[in-house]
Design a protein around this ligand. Sequence first.
Ligand code: PBG
Length: 326
Amino acid sequence: MFPETRMRRLRRTPNIRRMVQDIQLNMNDYIYPIFVVEGEDIKKPIVSMPGINQFSLDHLLEEVQRAVDAGVIAIMLFGIPAHKDDCGSEAYNDDGIIQKAVRLVRANYPDLVISTDVCMCEYTDHGHCGIIKGETVDNDSTVALLAKIAVSHAKAGADILAPSDMMDGRIGAIRDALDDAGYEDVIIMAHSVKYASGFYGPFRDAAESAPHFGDRKSYQMDPASGTRQALQEVELDLAEGADMVIIKPSLAYLDLIATTYDNTLVPIVAYNVSAEYSMVKAAAANGWIDEKTIVLEIMNAFKRAGAKMVITYHAIDLGNWLKEEQ
Ligand code: PBG
């Protein structure tokens, strides 16, 4: 008790504080998303995500190099095709935009970890994450296509596949298809806990993937659902062969990162989604917050909750800030 115990003793100098710190941020843990579009000489800023651009293939390696220079060791690629149709056929075209992007990065950066978003919403003309039957997305025919998409990404050279569609049974189908095609070492990082969230708004500008009718509530989770449903999603994906699980969005769902940490053994990934990024950027641009302080604080929160990795649009800034701190 006070006055024998004084909490402030361990806070007295910067080095004492460093010694007792529990969380050390490390660039091994960040995955930087990059949007790749078809066309030439495109570096198109996403207005709702300051600092983030769409890149055509001829500018892609500039962005990859900027990330590598900041200490990034893993990226996540999103493809935006010129041609969209009702079954998202460009998603599994071996010469599609995402497959070309993966091959280009792989050829130039043999050691960089390349992950890809496995989904159909960027590729369908209706903007939904699968095949439409009647009013809704048909689960089983979508799963068959997702498996095909996954194999094409693996064939192009992706290390990690991140299915983000929320169809039932897709992890098992993707694992089987990968194994049958000889890609048993390709990793599945499943969007296991993914909510039908308002926090994806700016991403849909970047990926041109907003649904043209309705919403994603019949396949993504209800933000008002409880912890037990999240744990069931995780359990199913792990049983089907997921190697890592994503919780998405992240800031309003830190409790689920912590609960998943307590209930599983696999690495947990927080997806620090687009609006979480844009809110920080907007407030910083207005001079209302100090961006670096806020971002470091958010990254500490993910670690404290139990996330091993974070997919974040802040990754390049973060890498540069962490260098400054050293
Ligand atoms: C779907 C996908 C989405 C995001 C990543 N993959 C959007 C959605 O489900 O509508 C959102 C990521 C973000 O907001 O940063 N392919």
